[in-house]
Design a protein around this ligand. Sequence first.
Ligand code: SF4
Length: 525
Amino acid sequence: MIFMTGPFTGTLVPCSGKLAISTKSPASGTILDCSIGGHFAGELKYAGYDAVIVEGKAKEPVYLWIENDRVEIRSADEVWGKGTHETEFSLKNSHGLDVKVLAIGPAGENMVSMACISSELYRQAGRGGVGAVMGSKNLKAIVVRGTGGVAVANHKELCTKAKEFLKNDALTDDNLWAYTDGTPMIVELSHSSGILPTRNFQQGTFAEFKNISADAVKGVRKDKKGCLSCGLGCGNYVEVGQITVEGPEYETLAIGGSNCGISDLEAIVEFNKICDDLGLDTISVGNTIAFAMEMTEKGIKDFNLRFGDVEEYLRVTEEISNNQSDLALGVKALAEKYGGNDFAMQVKGLEFPGYEPRGAWGMGLAYATSDRGACHMRAWPVADEAYGDMDPFTIAGKAEMVIGLQHYNAAKFSTILCDFWALSLETAAELLTLTTGKQYTAQDLEVIGERIVNLARLFNAREGFAAKDDKLPRRIYNEALKTGATAGKRLPEVEFNRMLREYYQLRGWDNTGKPIADKINQLGI
Ligand code: SF4
């Protein structure tokens, strides 16, 4: 399990405060990487480390304490069994308020496949079960204090360029939404485009969307927060009743809100806080609850959950984190056990994020071909399809677009920059050159992106994944949506398969979805 900083971490380069965590996913069995914001990555770099690699398993629960050159494995007896919030407070009590902490909650300890890793209470490495991998190693937390600096190749020029790009490229009118609204602004966009997941993806619009919109979130907002070296500061601190939380983000509002038929913002904020404390990914948990709600509604299996039922929705999360409910299995395994496979909204075992692919056909291809299962971070074509000018209901040009986006994201995220600065690869190359002293061009980064996608594909092929796994739930192929801008729309399987074949062809992969020898050689893998 690898905890990795990037070449820009700890510098003034905008949006460079993230940490990447790589491992093999217990949810999907694929390669997995997740990123987490906050200030942990910078602190690790200031302690003198580019990465921490954890191998094997401790005999007893432990945490890792890193203070510059001093590295100790200590007993986690006092915090084992505790939520991420109490764990972080307790470890800061022992080591000082200035330390930075990564921790898992009960869900990670119990190796629930939707367990995440938390930092600063509300920042999460959410997807694919990274928290369960920490739990499997009996590793409760990593605590770090770093008091050193960061050496870069061209310090003066990097500072000048970082400030210039922050002002002219990151803090532009196009990006200001991150500060003014944050991701909740996507709720209204998705509703009006007919791609807001509602009642386990049965609809793409939600009549009560206003209750969970950016305006509703701003109505209870108390403060803003950003990660290290970020000028955008997308985090919203909200307070509803007795509950304070940094969030909820769009994914939680959509998957934990409309997708569960919940329009009560206070309930979603509480769901957010409970999941963060238990160490659970709100996307996977929200989907699993929504799936169980539909199973109950259809009479296939009674999980005592109903769309819009706030009480049970909040209660069941604790059972999931303790492995006391079947829901801890996640959507794929739950469908294998009880049925409902046609409307089990997952790919390769990872549950859908908050974008309905029947209203953005390229998004369907992106979910199907993403290396870690249904994921919106590998490619996000909805920006052009559902929210932009591109026809969302055609396969024309989508394979090429998804490939381009996958390469761009793979290259950008390999530098461990935040998604929300849409910098060009030219800009990334210029900053990399100043930081590392090695000459990079945008073209180099495109090749790096393609190498990453192919290498991940080979990893997954070794684990038994092939074309048979690049598919969507049958609901997407067969059931037409009924309301809003996507009324009457589905993504016919025959069209999807044509798009997938074109994608393989353009990539230089064979019919089973495996990179051919020429492609592997060309990329020098
Ligand atoms: S835009 Fe948001 S998530 Fe990204 S680095 Fe800034 S505060 Fe963190």
